[in-house]
Design a protein around this ligand. Sequence first.
Ligand SMILES: [Zn+2]
Length: 121
Amino acid sequence: MASRIDSMSPEACRAYYAKIRSRSEARSAAIFNTAVAKALDPITAERDATPQEWVKAARAVRFPCGRCAGTGRFITGSLNGQPTGPGGDCFRCNGTGAQDDHDVRRNEEHDKHYIARHAFA
Ligand SMILES: [Zn+2]
């Protein structure tokens, strides 16, 4: 199945990879790289992964959601270090407790519109 990524140059792949990494929920670049490399294990056991494969893995890898601390539940406060609240689904990760690049981009869009709406109200 061909995708937009398959037609990207290695240079474009590197730039896109860096962008995905910088906006991800991973706590550091090293943690991000390690998780992507692990996702590529089935490929790299046989051969080097292509830049396109690195980008695809980078988009799919998931990290614990910073908003709900990986619980998937909406948190309204904390008591003795434990999250408390009515506990609906966390809207940042859709209740999964982890975010991939698709979730991160959806949240960025939400934040942009939210800020635009409230900054000039
Ligand atoms: Zn969450």
